[in-house]
Design a protein around this ligand. Structure first.
Ligand SMILES: N[C@@H](CCC(=O)N[C@@H](CS)C(=O)NCC(=O)O)C(=O)O
Length: 203
C-alpha cells in the first residue's frame, strides 16, 4: 500500500478534488496544510517541486500539478473510467470544470472586486456552466457526469460549483444535470462523512 501526503494551503482550492477522491476511496492520506502568510513562501515553497502548491508526495516522490496527481489517484482507485474512451470522457468533463475553476480564481482573490464578481456571475460563469451541463448531458446519466457510477469528474464538479453557490445560491437553478451530480456526490455516505468533518474554509 502506497503512502500519500497532500501538501496545500489551508483551503479547498486545487487540492480538494484529491481529498474527495481519497474520501470516496476510503484511503488514508496525510493532509498537510500550509498557513499563509506565516509558512509561505519560506521553506515550504523551496520544498515544493515548482514553487507552487498543491503537490502530492507518493511513496516519497513529489508530483506537482493538481490534475496530474488527482488523475493518478483516481486511476488507482477505479474512479477514472473503465476503459480509455471512458477515461477520455472523464478527463474532458474534468477539463471543462477546470476551465470554470480557472475563471473563478481569476476574480476570487482581487481586492474590491464586487463589480468583477457580479460580471463573472452574470457572464463568464454562465458560459462555463452551460458547457458543463452540456458535457454532463452528453456523457452521463442522471446524477453522474460520465456513465453510471461516481468518478473523479463528479467530485471535481461538486467542489468547483460549490464556489459559485457561495456567491449565488440560485446560480445552478437552470442546470438540472449539474444539480443531480451534486446531490449524488453529497449523498454518498463516505463523502457525506468527510464533508461533515473537513475544515471549513472559504475557497
Ligand atoms: N496548474 C497548477 C497551478 C498551481 C497554482 O497556481 N498554485 C497556486 C495556489 S492555487 C500557488 O501555489 N500560489 C502561490 C505561489 O505561486 O507562490 C495546479 O493545478 O496545481
Amino acid at each position: 500500500m502506497s503512502s500519500y501526503k497532500l501538501t496545500y494551503f489551508n483551503g479547498r482550492g486545487r487540492g480538494e478534488t484529491t481529498r474527495l477522491i481519497f474520501a470516496l476511496a476510503a484511503v488514508q492520506f496525510e493532509d498537510v496544510r500550509i498557513n499563509l502568510p506565516d509558512d509561505w513562501p519560506g521553506t515550504a515553497k523551496a520544498d515544493s517541486p515548482l514553487g507552487q502548491l498543491p503537490y502530492l508526495t507518493i511513496d516519497g516522490i513529489k508530483i506537482p500539478q493538481s490534475s496530474a496527481f488527482a488523475r493518478l489517484v483516481a486511476k488507482r482507485f477505479n474512479l477514472a473510467g473503465s476503459d480509455d474512451l471512458e477515461q477520455a470522457k472523464t478527463d474532458a468533463v474534468v477539463d471543462t470544470v477546470t476551465d470554470l475553476q480557472n475563471a473563478y480564481y481569476s476574480i476570487a482573490f482581487k481586492e474590491n472586486s464586487e463589480a468583477l464578481v457580479a460580471k463573472f456571475l452574470a457572464e463568464d460563469a454562465i458560459s462555463h456552466l452551460e458547457k458543463i451541463e452540456k458535457i454532463v448531458n452528453l456523457y452521463g446519466t442522471e446524477g453522474y457526469s460520465v456513465g453510471s457510477s461516481l468518478k473523479w469528474s463528479d467530485l471535481h464538479l461538486f467542489d468547483v460549483t460549490s464556489n459559485l453557490l457561495a456567491l449565488n445560491v440560485n446560480i445552478l437553478d437552470k442546470y438540472p444535470r449539474i444539480k443531480a451530480v451534486r446531490r449524488n456526490v453529497e449523498s454518498n455516505e463516505k463523502i457525506n462523512a468527510y464533508l461533515k468533518t473537513r475544515p471549513e474554509t472559504r475557497y
